[in-house]
Write a protein that binds this ligand. Structure first.
Ligand code: BGP
Length: 467
């Protein structure tokens, strides 16, 4: 294979990711308002899920950025906590202390030549707006998100070039309690989550449009979870099933964001939920005019699906799907597979569908239960996950995919969305466990030292000439 040196461009964004509620802590202090993430984690009634401390990034800001510098990061993907900036969710109140916190972080990153990649909304919708009008089930949320996003761009646009509107809208729609949407009636819950889906599409399109028209130097896109679906076997109906899962779950959102149209797979879902006329003609033209100018993809693994009962791709019933273990793959304790070639396949799929679109992988990682031994963590599985996935990323670039950055999940140990501190992803270990805050000291894991070398060599150390 030729040109190995050119696989990763000179200014490739070697990064790492976090999200605000999962790392910051200080959830109920320093002027911050309450978010759905705070309430949701509290409701679980576990100390482990409590965002009051998380991993206390709020009070370890300088130390954490210094670790990024030591790691040699070229980019850092993090999110702004909506209610730290706007405690009520709308412009009725601005928390200057919160605004200054992000200025401090951004200034430190810029001083150290680390490109910030900033998510506006990562699972932490303002709880006040759920109480006020049922959150994303109301069109009011479109205006409040737009006002919040415009505020962020005005305030931080001079320091942040890469923006992400909404993290994993598709995951939140599938798990609507993350949005603060609950209903005991299953049909009603489905209807509400699809209304929220449409409202979020319109909201982000308005922001894309704003950036296209007024801030042409900025990059803005969605962060989509790409569930790469494999069929249980080679039977055509299973292959079709896997394709339908990808269309419905991941491509419909990417199509809207990048092409500006409502794909048939989504129209089928809306019809099924009885809301095919919910979106107005004016909103449809906003979707057309407001498209993203790059794509952020959260990719961890492939998922293998099996058909349960009958399946009609025109009216797909998710109840008829079963996730099964693929006998060819290794799995984490939480059943996420280790499938690096799946990543190359996924990247090719994206490039075929959206030719030459700029892609940043904004999440990709391996979770483990871990403990500290003499100040060290020997996370060899994560090292090999990084090695194999970065290799496939290089090969995807060779295939012609326009990948400009890679941000593994996660820079530092943080609260997992469903499993607290038990499920760790970090390159940096944090000394706390589910039920005890401990010292909150930071320790570099083996994967930290490995990734540092990868960055230093611009990925070349992984791609040997024999590959
Ligand atoms: C994504 C989220 C992240 C992160 C990750 C791992 O869905 O964007 O916030 O947490 O998945 O998931 P989990 O925490 O459930 O292991």
């Amino acid at each position: 294979m030729k040109n190995i040196d050119a696989f990763f461009q000179k200014n490739f964004l070697w990064g790492a990711s976090t999200s605000a509620f999962q790392v910051e802590g200080a959830a109920y202090s320093h002027g911050k308002g309450v978010s759905v993430a705070d309430i949701r984690t509290k409701k679980k009634n576990d100390v482990q899920m409590d965002t009051t401390v998380s991993v206390d990034h709020y009070n370890h800001l300088e130390e954490d950025v210094q670790l990024m510098v030591d790691l040699g990061l070229k980019a850092y993907r993090f999110s702004i906590n909506w209610t730290r900036v706007l405690p009520n969710g709308d412009l009725s109140k601005i928390n200057d202390e919160g605004v200054q916190f992000y200025h401090r972080l951004l200034d430190l990153l810029i001083k150290n030549n680390i490109e910030p990649i900033v998510t506006m909304f990562h699972f932490d919708f303002p709880y006040a707006l759920v109480e006020k009008y049922d959150g994303w089930v109301s069109k009011n949320a479109i205006e409040d998100f737009y006002a919040y996003a415009s505020f962020l761009i005005k305030e931080f646009g001079g320091k942040v070039r890469y923006w992400l509107t909404i993290n994993e809208q598709n995951v939140m729609v599938g798990q609507p309690e993350i949005l603060g949407i609950e209903d005991e009636n299953k049909t009603e819950l489905y209807r509400k989550s699809q209304i929220a889906n449409i409202n979020m599409c319109v909201a982000q399109a308005k922001v894309f449009k704003l950036v296209r028209e007024k801030y042409p130097d900025l990059k803005i896109g969605p962060a989509v979870s790409y569930i790469t679906a494999l069929p249980e076997n080679g039977e055509s109906q299973n292959v079709l099933l896997a394709k339908t899962v990808e269309d419905m779950f991941s491509f419909s959102l990417m199509d809207i964001s990048l092409r500006g149209n409502l794909p048939k797979s989504l129209m089928n879902v809306l019809e099924e939920a009885g809301i095919e006329n919910y979106i107005s003609d004016e909103e449809k033209s906003i979707l057309k005019e407001g498209t993203a100018n790059y794509l952020a993809v959260n990719w961890y693994c492939t998922t293998t699906f099996k058909l349960k009962g009958s399946f009609d791709p025109k009216t797909p019933q998710l109840e008829n799907l079963e996730i099964v273990k693929n006998p060819n793959l290794d799995y984490t304790k939480w059943n996420w597979s280790f499938d690096p070639i799946g990543l190359r396949y996924a990247m090719q799929q994206l490039n075929d569908r959206y030719p030459n679109v700029e892609i940043i992988i904004t999440e990709c990682g391996w979770s483990e239960e871990e403990t500290l031994e003499d100040g060290q963590v020997h996370d060899s599985k994560r090292v090999s996950y990084l090695k194999e996935h970065i290799k496939q990323l290089g090969l995807s670039i060779y295939d012609g995919v326009n990948i400009i950055g890679f941000c593994p999940w996660s820079f530092i140990d943080l609260l997992s969305v469903n499993d607290g501190m038990e499920k760790r992803y970090g390159l940096v270990y944090v000394d706390r466990d589910n039920f005890n805050k401990k010292t909150l000291n930071r320790y570099r894991k083996d994967s930290f030292y490995y990734y540092k070398e990868v960055i230093k060599s611009n990925g070349k150390m992984i791609l040997s000439k024999d590959d």
